[in-house]
Design a protein around this ligand. Structure first.
Ligand SMILES: [Zn+2]
Length: 462
């Protein structure tokens, strides 16, 4: 089956031009100013976009679909519903996590996670591997995972109590092994010791309302962790990638490391750019509860500036959805299930508030949402480009379409969005995954298991 997309404005990280694009099977086979009738294969489906934008498929490089958390909670979105929701937002690839369990190997975690995703995801996906404990032959296992398509690891500098954190004494060793194998280390950066110190101050309290989350995990803990891990990576002359940068203080740490010629990179998310901690004082505070916590307007502004000045390489979402029923199970900030949905709103929010308010142009937006994550996580140019011969993943985007984001308009199984009420101008209309239309005019045409696992190559940051 061939598809010719006519009269669109192709936007990649490098250029913006009125061109037609021909897809055949799963690939982009030609890009030209205009195709003559003799050049169009028989039975080609022709889509006249009437001047809309064509972007490479969006990559949500930080998701948690079907994530289990002890004792018996699981996220609202599984791989199927999460990827459907993402597809409605123009996302054609997501990168989720295989999480090592204490006392078990990383290989086991990776195999289990593959099993969970296989046959369920409706868009393509890759996996980061989290590491919470080292064992005698872990380096061989890391090598095996690299061969199996893992290009990046995740290191938690916090969450000691639930076993996610790698003991500090092992950070250097993990970084060295990663450098040797050229695996990119991504970091959840919050200083756990500092958080413990702060908790001592509140030890006599019994109730911790949601807003206390901001007291227990203030921006300084992000600053401290970024400095520490950033300096360590600098010492080893290796790249390091900070997940979900949330604060002005965190950004200051990043700039300090960079100024010292450290190879430090970062992502941020729409919620740290657009939402503020006041929401945690509301009756339904749990709906806005994630870690790190929301900050204030000044932090939002600092992160927009960081994007403008190209200190941040990627915008993704940390999509980790729970229903309001799950969210309201606790009103204690030490017990609320942390995380919010986000994949579906990523592109429209980045366009309306990033391009719309002049923090970056539309080419830079494509870079932040597609090309950079593809390069950083080893998926380029199959993903993140509109080059001839690569996967025909693309989004037809109407820059004039105006929508007020609402809970009922979303497809996440969470049943709500923290961005409800946000006005956006510019919305994805059609999502194409490897040559197949999976979303068009607010209808889903994809299928369970239609997505495939992508083997990540070496990160472009090495
Ligand atoms: Zn996360």
């Amino acid at each position: 089956m061939s598809i010719l997309i006519k009269n669109g404005v192709l936007v990649t990280a490098e250029e913006m031009a009125e061109k037609d694009i021909l897809l055949e099977g799963e690939k982009i086979i030609a890009v030209k100013d205009e195709f003559l009738s003799g050049e169009i294969p028989e039975k080609t489906k022709i889509i006249d976009t009437e001047g809309k934008y064509i972007f490479p498929g969006i990559i949500d490089a930080h998701t948690h679909y079907f994530m289990k958390s002890p004792p018996d909670n699981v996220t609202a979105d599984d791989f199927y519903s999460g990827s459907i929701s993402a597809a409605f937002g123009g996302v054609t690839t997501f990168i989720d996590y295989a999480e090592q369990q204490k006392g078990h190997s990383i290989i086991e975690a990776f195999i289990n996670r593959q099993e969970e995703a296989k046959g369920n995801a409706a868009i393509d996906y890759s996996l980061h591997q989290s590491v919470c404990s080292l064992y005698h032959n872990i380096k061989e296992d890391l090598e095996e995972l690299k061969d199996g398509g893992v290009s990046s690891l995740k290191l938690f500098t916090t969450y000691k109590e639930d076993g996610s954190m790698l003991d500090k004494g092992n950070w250097l060793e993990l970084l060295k092994m990663s450098r040797d194998l050229k695996l990119l280390v991504t970091v959840h950066a919050e200083d756990d010791e500092m958080i413990d110190q702060i908790k001592i101050k509140y030890k006599d309290r019994e109730e911790f309302p949601p807003y206390y989350h901001t007291f227990l995990r203030p921006p300084e803990v992000e600053y401290s962790a970024i400095k520490e891990i950033g300096d360590m990576a600098k010492l080893l002359d290796m790249p390091i990638y900070i997940a979900h940068l949330s604060s002005k203080e965190g950004y200051r740490a990043l700039k300090e490391i960079k100024k010292n010629r450290g190879k430090i990179f970062a992502e941020t998310t729409p919620h740290y750019l657009l939402l503020t901690e006041d929401l945690l004082k509301k009756e339904d505070a749990q709906k806005y509860f994630m870690t790190p916590p929301l900050r204030n307007k000044e932090d939002n502004e600092a992160l927009w500036e960081a994007l403008k000045d190209k200190y941040i390489s990627v915008i993704d979402t940390d999509h980790c959805s729970y229903t309001t029923e799950q969210k309201f199970l606790s009103s204690n900030c030490l017990g609320i299930l942390a995380g919010i949905p986000g994949s579906e709103t990523l592109l429209p929010l980045a366009y309306s508030y990033g391009v719309g308010r002049g923090y970056f142009n539309v080419k830079n937006m494509v870079n932040l949402l597609s090309t950079n994550p593809a390069k950083i996580f080893g998926l380029y140019p199959e993903k993140g480009s509109l080059e001839v011969g690569t996967d025909a993943d693309l989004v037809i985007f109407d820059p004039k379409k105006e929508i007020i984001i609402s809970d009922s308009g979303q497809h996440t199984a969470a049943g709500y969005t923290p961005f409800s009420g946000f006005k956006v101008k510019g919305y994805p209309i059609t999502t194409i995954l490897r040559g197949k239309i999976i979303v068009n005019n607010n209808r889903f045409y994809g299928e369970r298991g239609g997505g495939k696992f992508l083997k990540g190559k070496e990160s472009a940051l090495y």
